[in-house]
Design a protein around this ligand. Sequence first.
Ligand SMILES: NC(=O)c1ccc[n+]([C@@H]2O[C@H](COP(=O)([O-])OP(=O)(O)OC[C@H]3O[C@@H](n4cnc5c(N)ncnc54)[C@H](O)[C@@H]3O)[C@@H](O)[C@H]2O)c1
Ligand SMILES: [Zn+2]
Length: 351
Amino acid sequence: MSEVLVRAERDYVVEVGSDWLISLKNACENRQRVALIISDAFKERFSDLELGNCEVFTFAIGDGEAGKSSETLLKVWSWLGAAGFTRSDLIVGIGGGAVTDFAGFAAATWLRGLDWIAIPTTVAGAVDAAIGGKTAINSDYGKNLIGSFHSPIKVVIDLNWLTTLSDRDFAAGLAEVVKAGFIADGEILNLLRGKDIQAVRSNPVLVQELIERSVKVKAEVVSIDFKESFAREALNYGHTLGHAVELDANYSLRHGECVSIGMAFIAQLQLDLGLISQDLADDHIKILSDLDLPTTYKRVSWSKLMAHMAVDKKSRGKTLRFVTISEIGKTERLENPDPQVLYSAFEKVSS
Ligand SMILES: NC(=O)c1ccc[n+]([C@@H]2O[C@H](COP(=O)([O-])OP(=O)(O)OC[C@H]3O[C@@H](n4cnc5c(N)ncnc54)[C@H](O)[C@@H]3O)[C@@H](O)[C@H]2O)c1
Ligand SMILES: [Zn+2]
């Protein structure tokens, strides 16, 4: 097990490769009550969980984005009230990013802020959602519109959870790992080159190292920039087009798959602008496609995608902004590139 420190409104550690149950038992030692907010998908596993003298309450929420709703949150608030949850009690989110985002927001809002722990059970949850203190639920007007910065007291990554993920979900999470490689830690790319999804999954030592390195990348960025200004933007590599594709596909693709398409696009765009070499552009496509991640997107209305990019919350005012890399590990910004060059790069990654 290793620990990565995150600096935020209060510092906390991310345990990588620990035993979630032992870690949870330790956290509950001097608590009266704990509320476990878990994914519906594995509620049976929690039916008879005991945590010493700490009274355990369990609430299962719907799978994925559907569970991250205000209706569910109203139920959880009533449930916490009925169970008499006080400031000294604990909330724990166990599931993918959707569940930990939701549990964190429930913790942020109940009594103006309860301690909470994130136990991510997906790759994307482990390397991205659970780290950085952003918590949220969805609104009818968009994803994550209702939220708060409320850091957990710790994040517990038990790699055993990941073994039941589908290859598709595992690979989608790895897109964020690849991103961490390009923006900050080239060793991640060295570890991944030439490997397919099975070669990664069947090697727990490798999975541990990839996750630890990616957690470090995110932890370092959010520690400099807790409330999201300049430094956090680096994490948006591949995301400007990625978010537009996610919307265009009506969320039928995984977030990581859209980020993969977004990285293929930004690689092409940078190549066309003479910002990176052909080898570096090819490196993006090879690593992503070896992991069975998509690197092309169907030829859809470019103006629609442009409109989605323009409203992306990460673009500021009238500025259409992309994160670029001048070399592996070194990010820069590209603002308002020539629309014709953008279009031409998209054509090249269209299928
Ligand atoms: N707070 C942040 O900074 C931040 C950052 C990135 C993403 N997010 C949020 O994270 C969410 C996406 O997270 P995600 O990719 O983990 O998706 P998810 O939470 O929707 O989970 C994906 C699927 O995997 C299943 N699953 C979870 N754990 C499993 C396991 N161990 N075995 C088998 N199946 C399992 C889930 O039931 C679900 O069907 C989005 O809601 C996004 O907004 C938040
Ligand atoms: Zn992302």
